[in-house]
Design a binder for this molecule. Sequence first.
Ligand code: UDP
Length: 365
Amino acid sequence: MGAGLFGAAFAQQVRAAGKSVLVIDRRSHIGGNVYTEEIEGIQVHRYGAHIFHTNDRSVWEYVNRFAEFNRYTNAPVANYRGELYSLPFNMYTFNKLWGVVTPREAEAKIREQREAAGITEPKNLEEQAISLVGTDIYERLIKGYTEKQWGRPCSELPSFIIKRLPVRFTFDNNYFNARYQGIPVGGYTRMVERMLDGVEVRLNVDYLQHKAELDALADRVVYTGSVDAYFDDCYGPLSYRSVRFETEVLDTPNFQGNAVVNYTDRETPFTRIIEHKFFEFGTQPKTVISREYSAEWRPGMEPYYPVNDEKNSALYEQYKALADRERKTVFGGRLGEYRYYDMDAVLLSALQLAEKELGKEGEQA
Ligand code: UDP
């Protein structure tokens, strides 16, 4: 398995149970997409911003064994053609947009727009968004961003994607409805390093290229790469979205005043700008920013997001049937299970798999 969050948690558990385990990653570093690298004294999230949040106490306690978490609370700002709005959608957003002051006025406005659109049972992301927040917010804060992010019209995307964002009739800018939230002080790489303490890790090794010899070393294999690549794309490739990061060091202490600013209009070519220092309340003299450009994944690029639309979900089911038939290998993580997993869900799934696998061994012994 790879050295991302899924592989690291699984390996940590197996090692803690006194079994031997080998982690293999084709990249030159551990951490997978949560990898952070220090630049100008700032922890830079090299593969996109990762904000840890969970409602699951056991997962929260688990990660706190390997890192201290700060009190960062994600509160992105949306920039639509130069106008700023609060995210997620809340009373500040409604006030800026419509001048409404009370929750009741905001609810009435949304109801009016939902009824005018005539949506009763939302069937896709567009209908879901309009029925949740009305057409104004959909047009300014959702449509452009989502179509840039996914490269598909909102009417062809699954509605669950938009349900990730809370809608609140309170003055609360917290992006997540999670009991626990924060960023590991000193970066994710250090956290994963601690998880992998005592575990043998081989970097710069492509598992699929050395599959036979590596498989021969193990009784069980956990595969965390893309499930379609494992089966040589035999049913055709699954779609993924990739992200290109344009990272810059700027000679100013404060570029945008927030860790995350989303550019929700269609004209701005990037989806968001991350100013990494603000994840840790940094006071460094310089700053590091990353512009994120979303793109359809092609061979040679890094896959980030599975595209869980109808076509790809059906295709994934075919691969899943093959995966279930593998005797020695189990599939895990965002790529192995083709799921839009958050970090806490990835960890929970890895911990559960480890428990299951270790339990099996106990039965056999
Ligand atoms: N989204 C949006 N406008 C925003 C932020 C998000 O329309 O300003 C939509 C978009 O479709 C996105 C989804 O909400 O893909 C989920 O957003 P989230 O921030 O959870 O995405 P991630 O951080 O995982 O890329």
